[in-house]
Design a protein around this ligand. Sequence first.
Ligand code: CP
Ligand code: NVA
Length: 301
Amino acid sequence: MKHLLKLADLSREEILSVLNLADQLKYERAKGVDQSGYLKGKKLGMIFTKSSTRTRVSFEVGMYELGGYALFLSDRDLQIGRGEPVEDTARVLSRMLDGIMIRTFAQKEVEDLAKYGSIPVINGLTDYCHPCQVLADLMTIREYKGTFKGLKLCFIGDGNNMANSLMVGAVKTGMKFSIACPKGYEPDAALTAWAKKEGDFFMTEDPAEAAKDADAVYTDVWASMGQEGEKAKREKAFKGFCVNKEVMAAAKKDAVVLHCLPAHRGEEIEADVFEAHAKEIFDEAENRLHAQKAVLCKLLK
Ligand code: CP
Ligand code: NVA
């Protein structure tokens, strides 16, 4: 593993190895084990061209706990925001840092950083995918269910970056994957074709049908970062694509509900369902820290 640009680049074994390390790091942290030797003196640059709570804090705290240092680099301050080419930024940062985490719009920008730089690059979310989040999601599912074998993961809502990465994560770990989304808001076509070929994949426009016998029900916002202008149009298109009691009645009785957050109660998830499953959702958020530390150890050590 040289970079984490998208989950599809990782083998099943590599994914499981990250998850195992994340479990170990979580266990050690709970026991008060000093982890500051793992990445002693390593420096991570964190480029953000979009907002973030969980991704920024998990990587920044993660680097601190592992004995390294994290620099928060907003595009409002970087020369990249004034048009300095990615290929130049990549080569400069490669001479001073040990790794780069980037959250941005275009997947190509992330791929170019890796192409022109000489240090590991981690995708902290693009319009195309969100691999770091899905590693934490897989970790959470395994924590609650003990295995991936025989499980069904269901996604309700927009075929966005989360749907794209979850689909890959489910297929690679051997889970069934079902998705309910409105017409015109399906996940990436090439990934869908891949998932149909490689895994047990099902797509519908009916949320209850997708949720049938699911072990985990996942949802995300109707309008992602950068789509604020489409809010009204999307509210109309996604009406009914809400994780509510009816949808949960179709899932298994002991199904977990996951949400990458931030959540919009009354839109993609009903407030009561959110609160009934808050334990899982905030365990999932905490697991960002452990999963991101595992990624950092794999790439920067
Ligand atoms: N889930 C997630 O990536 O959260 P942030 O946008 O707060 O980083
Ligand atoms: N789909 C959301 C995920 C946020 C973590 C977005 O891109 O805004």
